[in-house]
Design a protein around this ligand. Structure first.
Ligand SMILES: [Zn+2]
Length: 336
């Protein structure tokens, strides 16, 4: 594993590589960013770089015994602190204090990962603060957090911040294809994952395609008129979360139809523009007879619905209105 494995995080990688190359590591780092964007991988590469016997320009060699042990999570100088149940307990932090006072076993440093740092309560964080305030010379702490809000400002201020952003869609799609075998569902997974591999892999490629089929079936059912819309409203009444997911799928489907419709050579639509890459022919076929204005109207209706759900408007009423709205647009879209 090397920095190449930390994709789409150029700024964070540049900074950490620079630190390794300079040989001057700080005592504590705070890796922040959404779950599933490469923070843990970066922490491992960083630890390998600190402990590698033959690092070159901030890059761990990946071959020495030390590198292999870090990557295999069995290096005696790398300590991971993870929640015991839901929380990191004060006793776990006291153990860290005792361990940090010892010398490293084989490497120049002891490295402590604390992940996710926000799992430590106030008492545990105060205990951690004591070590961060007077760190033993050869320790490096990497606090990994998905949300900094629960961390004490005094803890945050002791750490060098390293920010990780959401992954660009193409990078996420590549990762899903190469490491998770998503094949032609990779773009769809990346679009729904919103720049987080953790979020994207909540659905298997098969589940993604099934959900999409449900979304397309809903759209098709709505073209049949208002009574069909009311039937659908009935069917979705008690499935709020599922409906929101299906609507996310429907948005991507409508978006792709617009892309096909608006491209000058619909039939040869560039697949790299599409999220539903594997359905290109079907999208092109459907798009030929569609009115873009109605598709935009449908997308607007979904957006308005999403806003209402966030404001806790009665879901039943909102869903009824949405489905009737979509039904009007779906029927209008077919007329072109
Ligand atoms: Zn090495």
């Amino acid at each position: 594993m090397s920095w190449e494995n930390v994709r789409g995080q150029a700024a964070a990688v540049k900074m950490l590589r620079g630190t390794l190359a300079s040989g001057r590591a700080a005592h504590a780092y705070l890796f922040t960013g959404p779950r599933g964007v490469g923070k843990t991988t970066a922490a491992l590469v960083f630890a390998a770089g600190l402990l590698c016997r033959e690092p070159a320009a901030g890059e761990p060699c990946g071959r020495c015994e030390s590198c292999r042990e870090v990557m295999g999570l069995r290096h005696p100088d790398v300590h991971r602190v993870e929640p015991d149940g839901d929380v990191i307990r004060i006793e776990q932090v006291r153990q860290v204090q005792r361990q940090a006072a010892l010398r490293p076993v084989i490497g120049p440093y002891q490295v402590f990962f604390i992940e996710p740092a926000e799992a430590a309560g106030e008492a545990a964080q105060n205990a951690l603060l004591k070590v961060l305030e007077e760190p033993p010379g050869s320790t490096v702490f990497v606090l990994i957090t998905h949300q900094t809000a629960p961390l004490l400002p005094t803890v945050v201020s002791r750490c060098v911040p390293v920010r990780f952003g959401r992954l660009p869609r193409d990078v996420a799609a590549d990762i899903l294809r190469e490491r998770f075998g998503y094949g032609d569902a990779a773009e769809l997974g990346a679009a729904l994952g919103d720049g987080s591999i953790w979020q994207a892999t909540r659905w298997t490629p098969q589940a993604l395609k099934e959900r999409r089929a449900t979304a397309v079936a809903l759209w098709d059912a709505l073209t049949a008129g208002p009574s069909a819309a009311l039937e659908q409203a009935q069917a979705w009444h008690d499935r709020r979360d599922e409906l929101l997911e299906i609507l996310e799928m429907l948005e991507l489907w409508l978006r792709d139809m617009l892309v096909c419709r608006e491209q000058p050579h619909g039939a040869s639509a560039d697949p790299s523009w599409l999220v539903n890459v594997d359905q290109r022919d079907e999208l092109v076929r459907r798009a030929q007879r569609l009115r873009p204005a109605a598709l935009l109207g449908a997308l607007d209706a979904i957006l308005a619905f999403r806003r209402q759900v966030q404001q806790n408007v009665s879901l039943r009423t909102a869903a009824d209105v949405l489905l009737l709205d979509l039904c009007t647009q779906a029927a209008a879209a077919q007329k072109g």
